[in-house]
Design a protein around this ligand. Sequence first.
Ligand code: GTQ
Length: 323
Amino acid sequence: MTVVQQDSLERLFDEAVVEHAEPLWPLLSTVSPPFPVAKAMPYVWDYTKLRPFCERAARLVGTELAERRVFMLINPKLKAPHTTDTLYAGLQTILPGETARAHRHTPFALRFIIEGERGFTAVEGEKVMMQRGDLVLTPSWEWHDHGNEGDVPMIWLDGLDLPLWQVLPSNFTEHYAQARYPSDLLKTASNRRYPWAEMQPKLDAKPGAAVEERYHMRANGADISATIGASAYRIDKGAKTAPARETASAVFHAYEGSGRTQVGDITLHWKRGDTFAVPAWQTVVHENTGDERVYLFRFDDRPLMSALSALRADEGQHPNGFC
Ligand code: GTQ
């Protein structure tokens, strides 16, 4: 006697998965949620802990072997190269006399200088010097190498859109035949360098105790790239920013001062030199809790979100962002 097996959803799913087909309906609210749920978590990287790693790496390996001597800042909820869902950050070290050899890649990169003197980045034939607080851009597919003509190590924060290129299979890298791409020192203001000496006066001139100033390209006033944008904040003693929430994620660096950042239910404590990740769509307040002025640098994916018509921002009062 043949036993007729009754059909069931379980049986259907088991048979479908063998054919690499899966039902959407149990997963619909995960793949298409009512509001964004970032995978990254808020997190602070303590510079006093990481700086010694940079020094040790510099003693243990040269730039001939480590083409980019970088510690990636990896979000505890994600894997390399994720600092947030869309952004990558790293700490790069170059000793006096070293060269980080010339290459170019499709990802966009920025550098925010933490310490050192007389370091440089040569970008597409234009050599720009790097000082503490400067923002230096290496746009997509432009040749770049780094060096240090000073007497002390240069350490800077790298910011790239690397996570995007893991899902967009269009990531190219090319190595230049020589260590250095031929370049000349630029004497005039560069479209690829935004000195702190220009940013701080702009912040200081803004009315208010907690202000943000965006970096704009010198040439055309646009964002610094198609994917990543940047800004700086001044927060006076005892002051805090208004609650804000946005679909962009951000990486912050404490340039001066100390304080705390409330990200949803989590409080991040930071001080000069620290870097912290702020995932998308959480209500964020930055507060100066120290004795001096706070200056923060930040980079984010606002340009990318904007290009996708996906940039939304509010004060964070409504649970799902629909006011
Ligand atoms: O300096 O070109 O942190 O290519 C990661 C990838 C820095 C760089 C990083 C890179 C660079």
